[in-house]
Design a protein around this ligand. Structure first.
Ligand SMILES: Cc1cc2nc3c(=O)[nH]c(=O)nc-3n(C[C@H](O)[C@H](O)[C@H](O)COP(=O)(O)OP(=O)(O)OC[C@H]3O[C@@H](n4cnc5c(N)ncnc54)[C@H](O)[C@@H]3O)c2cc1C
Length: 448
């Protein structure tokens, strides 16, 4: 008889491995375990898997980066030494090969970032879930991890109520605490803390800047991207694309400055972020170009003819009181350094990622908790942080694989068996929905 609320185990001989969390880290750990011969059930408390991964897909799914591996690893900052063995063992090219295996080729964008050809997460996830299903992995959605019973068994709540489940090995891949509506709410931190596991406090990372736009700017330009700008805050600069949102600015360049914007706004209430709309043109060159204006030409017309988009012109207006300057040099100076007043940065509810997590000191080289033998940790639950650019997903995949392989070794299985591709099967283990419960293909919002 299957345990109450849980799926049945078809092969009683195979060791039973539970994975908690159907994000990229959990799915990849399950993939490795199933290939090694374990019986794997993924417990996921949302109604469908990988909602954050799908949300990342709305921004094009920057899956990894093409820069040299040494440089890549340095992006993890203080966590670089801890993550290096996992990323070296499964580097960006391996992730690209995995995507190709799933039928999704990848390409390198002009910034060196890597994207799937479809620019979406949905085809990749669909193929991956089908593969997991063929490997016999079961995804039990609407099942929440509640911690451990006194016996050491898992405590879970499913649609039929609370139950416990013994396991031979367990991989925890519950994610961080950002965008909690997508599933990862960080509630696990207290549960692991209760087991004596040291967890560095969870904090928002890669947050958007909060700016109080005028009602007209917000309604005209919300959702509009501005390409290749240079942001300056104090002595720090960050280059990239930004997007105007209802509450401010998002985008890689903003995220890169988010921790210092947070510190400055916490200290002073607000801080000035300046935006250079033409980072590759000098002030003098711009001033020369702008001095060729016809006497009766309107600002908007003149600037549009000079190549500025409506949102750029709106932003220049927004950044100063009293309208745009007529004088070419002052206008050029505004284009090179339009000041924006930032009142704060987004909290965990809208941050791209989470800093903090399970301390690496609590883990062995296979990502097993020293205090809880047989329990492995993967993905954003771990205490690492990284900028956007594909580093977050690469780390989730690489540590998911390491935890899955570690758990397989713990169970006495050989984790590196060659993959024998099972017969294609169109059925997937679990229904696939986008974060808002719509068909994923209808999603269009820029997210990262
Ligand atoms: C808007 C947005 C855009 C992003 N874009 C990119 C990008 O382009 N490139 C990039 O590299 N990174 C991006 N990221 C970050 C990336 O998505 C995450 O780093 C990655 O998903 C982490 O994977 P994970 O498996 O560790 O955790 P998650 O993807 O968060 O998965 C954890 C899973 O655990 C489940 N879970 C949580 N608690 C429980 C519980 N108690 N019981 C059962 N299940 C539970 C959750 O529902 C979730 O499905 C983006 C993030 C956001 C929010």
């Amino acid at each position: 008889m299957p345990p109450r609320g849980g799926p049945s185990i078809s092969d009683a001989e195979a060791p039973f491995c539970a994975v908690i969390g159907a994000g990229p880290a959990g799915l990849f750990a399950a993939d490795a375990l199933a290939r090694a011969g374990a019986h794997v059930v993924i417990y996921e408390h949302k109604a469908s898997p990988a909602r954050k991964f799908l949300m990342a897909g709305r921004g094009g799914l920057n899956i990894t980066h093409s820069e040299s591996l040494d440089r890549f690893i340095l992006r993890y900052g203080a966590g670089a030494a801890r993550l290096a063995p996992f990323v070296r063992a499964w580097p960006p090219q391996a992730l690209r090969d995995f995507c190709a295996e799933l039928g999704e080729t990848t390409f390198v964008g002009s910034s060196g970032r890597v994207f799937p050809a479809s620019f979406k997460a949905t085809p990749l996830l669909r193929a991956w879930l089908a593969r997991l299903s063929r490997f016999g992995v079961v995804i039990a959605t609407r099942h929440a991890f509640m911690g451990f019973a006194e016996s050491g068994a898992l405590r879970l709540i499913g649609p039929e109520g609370e139950f416990t489940r013994k396991f031979d090995a367990l991989v925890l891949a519950l994610g961080g605490a950002s965008w909690p509506r997508l599933g990862s709410d960080g509630a696990w931190a207290a549960r692991l803390g209760a087991q004596g596991v040291r967890v560095t406090p969870l904090a928002a990372a890669n947050s958007g800047a909060l700016i109080e736009w005028s009602a007209i700017f917000r309604s005209d330009f919300e959702g509009q991207p501005i390409k290749t700008v240079l942001l300056r805050h104090g002595a720090s600069v960050a280059r990239g694309d930004v997007v105007v949102t209802r509450g401010g600015l998002e985008g890689g360049a903003v995220y890169a400055l988010s921790s210092q914007l947070r510190a400055a706004t916490q200290k002073h209430g607000e801080t000035t972020l300046s935006i250079d709309l033409r980072p590759d043109t000098t002030l003098e060159c711009l001033a020369r170009k702008l001095s060729r204006r016809l006497p009766k030409q309107s600002h908007a017309n003149f600037l549009r003819k000079a190549g500025f988009s409506k949102v750029e012109i709106g932003l220049m207006r927004e950044s100063r009181t009293g309208g745009l300057p007529r004088d070419a040099e002052t206008l050029a100076a505004l284009i090179k350094s339009a000041p924006l007043t930032v009142t704060g940065v987004a909290g965990l509810e809208r941050a791209i990622s989470t800093a903090g997590g399970v301390s690496f000191d609590e883990l062995d080289d296979d990502l097993m908790l020293k205090k809880l033998p047989g329990v492995f940790v993967a993905g954003e639950m771990l205490d690492y942080d990284a900028p956007t650019g594909g580093y977050l997903l690469q780390a989730a995949f690489a540590t998911g694989l390491a935890a899955g392989r570690g758990a397989a070794r713990y169970l006495g299985l050989s984790p590196d068996q060659p993959v024998t591709p099972p017969e294609p099967d169109l059925a997937v283990a679990s229904p696939l929905q986008d974060p808002d419960g719509r068909s994923p293909e209808t999603s269009d919002k820029y997210s990262a």
